[in-house]
Every structure is written in structure tokens, then in C-alpha cells.
Design a protein around this ligand. Structure first.
Ligand code: PGA
Length: 247
């Protein structure tokens, strides 16, 4: 399966920094062996769309999408609106949103469905906190978060991308070992196979302090089909090194 490397810029950047980052990526990307996505903050979508115009090596994503279609939802941006700006991927259910915006499994599942309805591929994030890990609940939490999406999305489930991002590994420099990550990815694969005959084409990304030095080992695991990259997606050289590791 062709791997995917997606950069989640989070709430970082500005007009000048975004331009330098995209130009740096495009200048060094060559012929990537994987699909590459960048997810800037929503306000910069039009800027990054213009910077990516005329090439097909780097696709545009966003970090969130409204669970509503349109109407009186102040501050929200709908999937249809994003689609107008060439957005092809939407991260949904990132742990920072589950934590700071109180997004529930149900909210996340609805967002995934809205994205799919608009022709945008949701990158559904799941993962346990440090406490849940300490209590031995990792498998349960991941299954529960993923089940909410498989139940709501139904037969379209093979169109999603999943990102396993252990919360304790995000931005901390602590990475799940390749074996730990593979263990969870195998559980997700089994769960998705039960939901769809097409489950083997669903890309399962790992995220959480993935960087140029640990990417190759993680990406060598049989059920790790790519990475969702935070900090290391903000520097062209780091991001390009991870892309090069994704064969
Ligand atoms: P990180 O973030 O690579 O900085 O740990 C990953 C993410 O939150 O998607």
C-alpha cells in the first residue's frame, strides 16, 4: 500500500513562515514514494492552496471540520466550504480537540461522516492518554473511539484514514516503540476488517513524536502505513527526511 505522510502544523505559522515551509518542501520533494499532505491552520487554507497550485505531490488538508452542514454555528467551517478551497483531507478527533474542545467520540464520528459526504478524506485520530495507558486501557480506548466512527460511517469506512496517536507521545519526544505501535495498529486492522471487506486499503498512520530518526523503524511495521507529524512537519528538512523514509 502506498504510504502517507501528513503534516499537522497545529496553531503555528504565519504568511511568511508558511510560504517558506511550502516552498522548502516543494523544492526538495522530488518524486515521493508516498502521498504527502500538509494541514495548515484554517485561516491559511487559501494561501497554502495557492502555494500548492500546479503540482500534485503535496495535497492540502485541514485540522478540523464542523459537524454541521451549514447554518447558525458561529465560528464553524463546513466540509463543503473547505472543499471549495481544494481541501482533500481533514484531521478529525485530534486529541488536542478531544481534550480542549471537549469533542466526544460521537462528535468525531459525525465530523468524519460530514467530511466524507463532501468528498474529503477524514484522518480520524484515536489514542489513549498516559493515565489510560497506565491503567492498561489502551486497547479498549482505541477500539471504542474507532467503533464510534465505523458504526456511523458504515460501508464508506474504507474511505477513511486512521491515525493512532498515543496522547502521551504527542509533542513529548516519547514515541511508542515500533512493537507497541504495531500492536495497536493490528487491533485496529482487525476491527476494521470486521466492519469492511475493503479494510486492507485503509491507511493506518502512527503519530506522536515521529521524526527523521525513528520514522523508518515505525514505518517498517506491517500495519503502519504512514505518519501524522506535528513538530517535525514545521521544518522542510525534517519533514522531507520522514517522507524519504516512507517507501
Ligand atoms: P508531534 O505531534 O509529532 O509533535 O508529537 C503529532 C500530532 O499531534 O499530530
Amino acid at each position: 500500500m502506498r504510504k502517507m505522510i501528513a503534516g499537522n502544523w497545529k496553531m503555528n505559522g504565519n504568511l511568511a513562515a508558511n510560504e517558506a515551509l511550502v516552498q522548502g518542501i516543494l523544492a526538495g520533494i522530488g518524486e515521493p514514494a508516498c502521498d504527502v499532505v500538509v494541514c495548515p491552520p484554517g485561516i491559511y487554507i487559501a494561501q497554502v492552496q495557492a502555494l500548492l497550485a500546479g503540482q500534485d505531490k503535496v495535497a492540502l488538508g485541514v485540522q478540523n471540520v464542523s459537524q454541521h452542514q451549514n447554518g447558525a454555528y458561529t465560528g464553524d467551517v463546513s466540509a463543503d466550504m473547505l472543499k471549495e478551497f481544494g481541501v482533500r483531507y481533514a484531521i478529525v478527533g485530534h486529541s488536542e480537540r478531544r481534550q480542549h474542545q471537549a469533542e466526544t467520540d460521537t462528535n468525531v464520528a459525525i465530523k468524519a461522516k460530514r467530511a466524507l459526504e463532501a468528498g474529503i478524506t477524514p484522518i480520524v485520530c484515536v489514542g489513549e492518554t498516559q493515565r489510560e495507558r497506565d491503567e492498561g486501557m489502551t486497547d479498549y480506548i482505541v477500539r471504542r473511539q474507532l467503533a464510534a466512527v465505523t458504526h456511523l460511517v458504515g460501508h464508506c469506512i474504507s474511505e477513511i484514514v486512521v491515525a493512532y496517536e498515543p496522547v502521551w507521545a504527542i509533542g513529548t519526544g516519547k514515541t511508542a516503540t515500533p512493537e507497541e505501535a504495531q500492536h495497536v495498529h493490528a487491533i485496529m486492522r482487525t476491527q476494521l476488517r470486521a466492519a469492511s471487506e475493503q479494510a486492507d486499503r485503509i491507511r493506518l498512520l502512527y503519530g506522536g513524536s515521529m521524526n527523521a530518526s525513528n520514522a523508518a523503524q515505525l514505518l517498517a511495521q506491517p500495519d503502519i502505513d504512514g505518519g501524522l507529524i506535528g513538530g517535525a512537519a514545521l521544518k522542510p528538512q525534517d519533514f522531507l527526511a520522514i517522507i524519504a523514509a516512507a517507501q
